[in-house]
Design a protein around this ligand. Sequence first.
Ligand code: ATP
Ligand code: MG
Length: 292
Amino acid sequence: MFKAVSSPFLVPSDGSFRHRKTPTQSDGPPPSKKEYKQRLKGIIEELDSWQRVLYAQDRYALLLVFQAMDAAGKDSTIRAVMRGINPAGCQVYSFKQPSNEERDHDFLWRTACRLPERGRIGIFNRSYYEEVLVVRVHRELLENQQLPYKFDTKKFWDERYESIADHEKHLARNGTVILKFWLNVSKEEQRKRFLDRLEEPDKNWKFSMSDVKERQYWDAYMKAYQEALNATSKPWAPWYAIPADDKPAMRIHVADLIVKSLKQLDLHYPSPDPAEENRFEAIKTALENEEL
Ligand code: ATP
Ligand code: MG
């Protein structure tokens, strides 16, 4: 089974992750624009070539889960990292408030239907983790879930974490490599980005009143993230807490972890069937002589 690559951003699986001690700023000076472009271009070229092998070999699927507070840069990271990749091998889904039909099923149903097939990269912009994040912060959302059992107890939340961890283990055993990124933006940086959205006409469309409302629950969200990440960061489905105050550095960290993880797999182009391979020369000669 896949094993997480080590990194300073890896959330340990021993429950010792503390959001307060987790940096929102990358170490060292931010890369210059030129340096950023060059580094990202190099990593993306590598990612493109690994994706070709992933697709040709058709054994593994790669699932990338992105979770973050608003304005942390989920969309732009997905755009920057996936640029240059064959769109046929990649699927992006953004999960919003569930529909009535989705709520009528268990909480893993809607995302299970959209998991990547073998050979593909699937990206979840938000995911089933919302069920232990926004739903944990706004417990009134549970009222709409038609649950038959008592909910909102410690046992209830522990069982949700357990369901998620079991689901991910099952997927990992069956060839889905899961990498989860928490884009860790500071409250101060979020404030600046919201102000930008209000001040710059081209960014006005990104502003939403509900984002400002959610900001008021910041501490409750941090608590929910800490608990969820501690309960579900496993060697076969690791969480990486990526400092998100500097967007270029964040994108490089994310792209780099994806490439390093793919390199860890036994990815290789499939070899042709020996019986068919023996006929290659004859077919080649026939094609050259326009006999076929
Ligand atoms: P953008 O960057 O465009 O703002 P977004 O992911 O924030 O993207 P929105 O439409 O603004 O998209 O918000 C989606 C909302 O749906 C979020 O507030 C999220 O918490 C909520 N949501 C997602 N999944 C669930 C869920 N299972 N239950 C309740 N709310 C959910
Ligand atoms: Mg939003």
